[in-house]
Ligand binder design. Structure first.
Ligand SMILES: [Cu+2]
Length: 652
């Protein structure tokens, strides 16, 4: 059974275990309070229920043992806390309560029979609480809170089951529980304090991220300076309406009035200069816009997704710049050193802004002539529930898009997933190769025929093939999205999904690491936005309380990413591509990726070479997950940022 299935089964079982013990205790108490003869049948039912509870408890132990095989991260709190709290009273119930219920002995034995059953029920409920409150690593606060409630409940129950009961005991019991919880929270250190930039203390006095800029055209100079091409673009954030061919539509935010924004197509080696202007509506009217006052409407930035630009050009509000408010502008500059397929999007309120349209495509053509005569860039994006495709920056379509290509033409389709969910791609009618992943060429890309591809949110695949005489069909999910040279339609690809981590020929990978770090992803109770809430967490904490990994320039870092939750997380470290080392212990070919999809139960190991100093955002590219806490910084020693989350800066 896969780890993901074991995680799901475990979640069902811990509810079943709690229900079974609660039912057993309830039935037993009823039977024990009835006269000896009349209660006999009820007590036998309680005995049967007890046996069933023992069986489901044993099942949960077995499932936990199975999960332990996938790694300690999946079971730490279960083995140390959740299971002992139910297994120990379950064993006592089997030894003490079960024989007595079967014998029918009742009079005077209520306390000794019912107490272990009730405690087993409390233990099982405490196990559910563990799942909500505690992630990995197990925290003293969470463990103390669960233990205190369990102990208080058990103590009060022992008292209430005793001979002398009075209403006063009830109040004492309630008081004990409240005191226990308060004590537990105090021992646990209470809620962690929110800090906006933990990396401020990391490097002491150092260089500001603001100084890590791209080259200015005037400063380019040098022997090659005279031949340098500067490509200038202006992107204006403004409202627009998206009309879908099926009849639907959406009020959008756009760059230059179009969604997706313009395709920025440059050549490797070009200096790219982009002026961002914000002409989105102002909350307080034109006066406020003129004053450039912060938080006066929807702020905008541009993040170059997958392009490892100098830190100051990375477009993250509160980290590398302030959000650009309506009426304001900002200039980005970077040299297009790497050829490939990329995209850009706003990083201010990104979980709202990107789905709403503030994105576009960036293609860097190689300096040497490309072998393909046909080269098209395809953006996948969902407007609400409508999946759409845009070809070469044209208006998106939720119907089948048609394209005509000359047979025999060497063709490259650059597929960009600008959505917040992964998509399964199928290309049929022609054998093809994945020539590039996340912008980088794949060495030794083998030919695929009928195979399907899993593309992470934010990820890109370049698919290359020679256009056949017949038609070619691209499907996204179950949807026929692009038909080349119809009207005949080939059957959709239905082959197995390619394991992208094992595609291409093996790359030379680092075998020595200067640092190791583990990110355990989960959904758990954590403080986010100043309040405890069910958050998407990394190592049990949510933004801004996730500690900042600090690296030194030149270090090679091994990052282990463990997903112990039930959601898929496309992890996206800014400013770097990581080399995939392994997935679930299976060695990878070492492809370089900037967005990698960690499915439930998976363990990925990736290598990051710290070669781009800065303070970098690192987050889940399911942007709703980022907004729910799954984002943090990766900082370089000696690099500080003058920006923070005040003034309306809000990256998620
Ligand atoms: Cu996520």
């Amino acid at each position: 059974m896969t780890t993901a299935r074991l995680i799901a089964l475990d979640q069902i079982l811990f509810v079943l275990v709690a229900a079974a013990w609660a039912a057993t205790a309830g039935i037993a108490l009823t039977g024990l309070r009835q006269p000896a003869a009349a209660g006999r049948r009820t007590r036998l039912i309680a005995a049967a229920s007890c046996a069933a509870a023992i069986v489901v408890t044993a099942l949960r132990v077995a499932v936990t043992a199975g999960l332990a095989g996938a790694g300690w991260w999946f079971v730490a709190e279960k083995v140390t806390l959740a299971l002992p709290l139910v297994v120990v009273p379950a064993l006592v119930s089997a030894a003490v309560s079960l024989p007595r219920l079967l014998r029918g002995t009742a009079t005077g034995s209520t306390r000794i029979v019912a107490f272990p059953l009730l405690v087993a029920a409390y233990g099982a409920v405490a196990g559910i609480a563990c799942a909500v409150v505690i992630s990995y690593p197990v925290t003293a606060g969470g463990a103390a809170a669960v233990l205190a409630l369990f102990a208080a409940g058990s103590a009060v129950t022992w008292r209430l089951l005793g001979p002398a009961r009075s209403p006063r005991h009830g109040w004492q019991a309630a008081g004990t529980c409240v005191l226990a919880l308060a004590l537990a929270l105090t021992i646990g250190g209470g809620w962690p304090s929110g800090h906006l930039h933990p990396e401020h203390d990391a490097g002491g006095p150092g260089v500001s991220v603001d100084l890590l800029r791209g080259p200015a055209p005037a400063a380019a100079g040098g022997p090659a300076g005279a031949r340098e091409r500067v490509r200038r673009f202006t992107l204006t954030a403004q409202p627009a309406t998206v009309r879908l061919p099926s009849g639907g539509g959406a009020e959008a935010w756009s760059f230059n009035g179009q969604v997706p924004g313009p395709v920025l197509r440059v050549r490797q080696g070009d200096l790219v200069e982009v002026v961002l202007r914000n002409r989105l509506p102002v909350r307080g009217g034109a006066e406020q816009a003129d004053s450039g006052q912060a938080d006066s409407g929807q702020g905008v930035t541009i993040h170059w997704h997958g392009y490892d630009v100098p830190a100051a050009e990375d477009g993250v509000p509160g980290v590398t710049q302030n959000a650009v408010w309506p009426g304001q502008s900002h200039v980005y500059r970077f040299r297009a050193e790497d050829a490939g397929t990329y995209w850009y999007h706003s990083h201010q309120n990104s979980s709202v802004a990107v789905p709403r349209g503030l994105f576009g495509l960036l293609v860097v053509d190689p300096a040497a002539p490309a072998p393909e005569s046909e080269d098209h860039v395809l953006a996948l994006h969902a407007f609400g529930s409508r999946a759409t495709l845009s070809v070469d920056g044209a208006a998106p379509s939720d119907l089948l898009t048609r394209l005509t290509l000359p047979p025999g033409a060497r063709t490259r389709l650059r597929v960009v997933n600008t959505d917040t969910r992964p998509v399964v791609l199928g290309l049929s009618g022609v054998p093809y190769r994945i020539a590039a992943v996340d912008g980088g060429d794949v060495p030794g890309a083998t030919e695929l025929d009928g195979a399907r591809l899993h593309l992470a949110a934010g990820g890109r695949y370049d698919l290359t093939f020679t256009m056949p005489s017949g038609p070619v069909l691209l499907t996204t999910g179950d949807r026929p999205a692009l038909l080349v040279n119809g009207p005949a339609t080939p059957p959709p690809a239905a082959g197995p999904i390619v394991d992208i981590t094992r595609y291409g020929s093996p790359a030379a990978l680092p075998d020595r690491f200067d640092r190791e770090t583990t990110w355990v992803l989960d959904k758990t109770l954590a403080v986010s936005g100043g309040l405890p809430r069910l958050a998407q967490t990394v190592n049990g904490k949510a933004w801004p309380n996730i500690p900042t990994p600090v690296v030194r320039r030149g270090q090679t870092v091994r990052i282990r990413v463990v997903n112990r939750g039930t959601d898929t997380h496309p992890m996206h470290p800014h400013g770097h591509h990581v080399r995939i080392l392994s997935r679930n212990g299976v060695p990878a070919t070492g492809l370089a990726m900037d967005t990698f999809d960690v499915a439930p139960g998976e363990v990925w190991e990736v290598a990051l070479v710290a070669d781009n100093p800065g303070v970098w955002m690192s987050h889940c590219h399911d942007l709703a997950h980022a907004a729910q806490g799954m984002e943090f910084h990766l900082a370089y020693e000696g690099v500080t940022t003058p920006y923070d989350m005040t003034g309306g800066n809000h990256p998620a």
